[in-house]
Design a binder for this molecule. Structure first.
Ligand code: A2H
Length: 255
């Protein structure tokens, strides 16, 4: 765990189509024409091209917070409280909750993810290891570069029926984004295989894989997708982040 404050990039994933239970709990309570956004917090904005689903904790209760008449964010109450002091909502220190929904009820919702190659939208899917006490409680999935994400999406596809999801929701293409000298251009799948990680429950090996992937990707990685192809990850990371902020597809969030 880092000592200083974590500088996250909070992405705005706009809801395109609600899962039935979430529609009842959320959509039916919003004004006509309003947009709702799932807001994952990430430390790896340079990987956002590869988002292929977005995770919520199935047992976590999320709030739906009003940003304006037209915009609502789906995040944990803890994150809303923090954001209220970071200029995210109209009045400093104030956050207005208009509805609540469990992660489980959101599963299957279709969202648009900024920069993702999957322009047709990606699905909200369950991840048991999402912590309610970190970030926004929403985690966007980049299986090429996050071992946790790859292990989870693999498990979801394998046991789609058990999880009550459509298999194809967990089978969107995984593309190379960062090339590394040690692990090739699909770092997370490579490390998951190498460390013989069989499921998201192999937490000890996943912790090790996460360390290795992060160090190699950040210090040795070169972009192999997007406008900064050929640049070092260290250099590309702030540029991709700035593009996301400038486009309105994301905002800064720290804790
Ligand atoms: B990262 P740190 Cl490609 N529970 O984003 C569990 N994990 C969470 C979370 C929560 N509530 N909130 C954020 N995270 C994840 C991308 C990524 C991330 C890649 C590779 C590694 C990686 C795509 N998922 O993180 O403890 C988010 O996943 C490994 C460090 O604050 C976020 O960045 O350092 C990261 O953990 C924040 O973790």
């Amino acid at each position: 765990e880092a000592v200083g404050p974590q500088e996250y990039t909070a992405l705005k994933l706009k809801v395109l189509e609600w899962a039935p239970e979430a529609k009842k709990a959320v959509a039916d309570k919003l004004p006509q024409g309003a947009d709702a956004f799932f807001v994952p917090a990430t430390l790896r904005p340079e990987t956002m091209y590869g988002q292929n689903c977005c995770f919520v904790g199935p047992k976590i209760t999320y709030g739906v917070y009003k940003v304006s008449e037209k915009e609502y964010y789906i995040i944990t109450e803890r994150a809303a409280r923090n954001m209220a002091y970071q200029g995210v909502f109209p009045v400093n220190g104030v956050y207005e909750k208009v509805a609540e929904v469990t992660g489980a009820d959101c599963v299957g919702t279709l969202v648009n993810a900024p920069l993702s190659i999957h322009t047709e939208g990606i699905r909200i899917l369950p991840m048991d290891s999402v912590l309610p006490t970190k970030g926004t409680g929403v985690v966007t999935c980049v299986p090429s570069d996050s071992p946790d994400d790859f292990a989870t999406i693999t498990d979801l596809a394998k046991k789609a029926e058990y999880y009550g999801i459509k298999k194809e929701w967990a089978e969107l293409e995984i593309i190379p984004i960062i090339d590394t000298p040690s692990y090739g251009n699909l770092t997370a799948p490579f490390l998951v295989k190498k460390l013989k990680i069989a499921s998201p429950k192999d937490t000890k090996q996943l912790e090790e894989a996460k360390e290795l992937a992060y160090k190699e990707g950040y210090y040795q990685g070169t972009m192999c997708y997007g406008p900064f192809t050929g640049e070092k990850v260290e250099d590309a990371k702030p540029k991709v982040r700035q593009q996301l902020l400038d486009s309105g597809g994301a905002f800064a969030y720290s804790e």
